[in-house]
Each structure stands twice: as C-alpha cells, then as structure tokens.
Design a protein around this ligand. Sequence first.
Ligand code: PMP
Length: 306
Amino acid sequence: MENRDGKIWMDGQMVEWRDAKIHVLTHTLHYGCGAFEGVRAYKMPDGGTAIFRLEEHTERLFNSAKILRMKIPFTPQEVMDAQLAVVRENKLESGYIRPLTWIGSEKLGVSPKGNTIHLMVAAWTWGAYLGEEGMKRGIRVKTSSFTRHHVNITMIHAKAVSNYTNSILANMEATDEGYDEALLLDPQGFASEGAGENLFIVRKGVVYTPDSSAGALNGITRNTVFSICKDLGIEIREKPITRDEIYISDEAFFSGTAAEVTPIRELDRIEIGSGSRGPITEKIQAAFFDIVNGRNPEYASWLTRV
Ligand code: PMP
C-alpha cells in the first residue's frame, strides 16, 4: 500500500503518501499501545461527499486514547478537519478513513513515559469489506477457538491496536478453513462479536445483540442499527446470546464501518434460517444504505460534507 500517489496527514502536515514513514524503534510497533478509528465517506446524491458520523468516530478515538493514557496533541476539531482534508486532498468520492495515534520512538522499555504521541490520518477507496456477494447472499462464519477479550484484560471500549492480535488470529483461523469471518465468544462462552464487527440475530421478529458486558466494541454502526430499528418499528434488545441460539435464529448479521450491514447465512456449517439474507436484515441493510448515502434527510446531521 505504501508506494502510491496521494497525501497522508501526519502530525499536522499533509505529506506525500510515500514519505509517510516512522522509525523502526517506534514504541507502538514494539508493545502495541496505540488506538485507531475506521470511518467511511460516502458519495451523496448531489455528487458531493460526506463523512458518516465523523464526530462520534473522533470522540471514540479520543476516548480510546484516554483509556490508554495517551494524550493526543491535537483537538477533536483539528482531527475532524484532518479527516475532511484527507478525503478532499485525495479526491475521494467515497472511501475509508483511518486515523491512528501512536507512541513515538524516543525510547523503548514497557513504560511509554516521556515519549511523544503522534497522529496520522490516511484515506483510500475501499469497497464491501466482506465482499459484494456476501452483502447479498450472506457470509459463512465460524465460531473461533480464540476467546474475545475479558473486560479487565484489554480495555474493550478502546479501539486499541493491541486488541486486534486477537482479531487477526480468529480471522486467519476462520479464513484458512474457508469461512469468510470469525465469531468470537466471551470468556463465559456467550457470543461477543466478529473479528471486526458487532453481531445481531433476529428471532420471531425481534433483533438481539450482545450487551456491553460481552467484551464487544461499542460499535457506531451498531448504534445506527438501534436507530434504524426504532424507525422501522422493529423491537431490538441487548442480551447475552449463546452459540446455539444463533444456530436456531431466523436471521443473523454483522455491523461495522468496514462491514456496513453484512448478513450471515451460516455459522459452523449450520444454515441460519433460510440460509440466505433474511427479510428483516434486508430492511435494516436498505435503511442503512439510505442513511449513509444521504437519501434519508432525517439523518443529515450524521453526514459531514467534505
Ligand atoms: N468490533 C470490532 C472488533 C471492530 O473492529 C469494529 C470496527 N470498528 C466493530 C466492532 C464495529 O464498530 P463500528 O461500527 O464503530 O465500526
């Protein structure tokens, strides 16, 4: 990804994509303490571009940094402006935005005290994360042999770099076995989330998702799904979800900035419902794309024009 034209915002400057480099003794590279965001920009019906829920993503980035005791040397407004500027500079009609904050290379040793904190924002075009086909037909998921984080081992409300080793292990195990994505269970054995997505199931017309004690990230798309369900008059509840409950649910889907709303058609080779995208999932998915693509005026305040 590194050898290409374009601009990346790095510590307050727009730099050439190829020159956006850091030293090999960067603290975060060695010990994994850093935080990031995944944000999307969409093309609007009038041809312009807008970033979806920019404020919420930026707020979560600052909260992640706070949890990790990192003081970002920019204001939230500066970080929002940086994201808008990166989309503009790279002339993206739509795409994925990646802000990342890390600890510098002044010294190593587990304690990062005395090191500088840095921030970068990059953006590029990125289509359906789990594939166009998966968006329509649903994806195949495997329950991971890896457990999702206990709430007091890594901090689950931080979108921390180090949390993703667990996601990578789970995703690689699942995809090596021919599945599209992994589902992780919490230390008690209840469903937590996908490697990079929140989980929902539908049973008898009601949508369920694990509550925050299950160690899942507090997803911004998950929150959007709550609003959509309210609008559509669909009941939605948080509750502990067991693995077998997913097998016998009528529908299931993942949500996430990258994954958007992706139906799940199978878990552990067991078909969920009809084994394709379910009707409630389809309604929620359609409403989601109307909102992010600027076709629902009720949600205009969630779209920040570039
Ligand atoms: N869980 C994990 C582990 C994730 O990486 C993501 C993606 N950020 C999500 C859930 C979904 O969060 P959001 O909807 O805010 O992108």
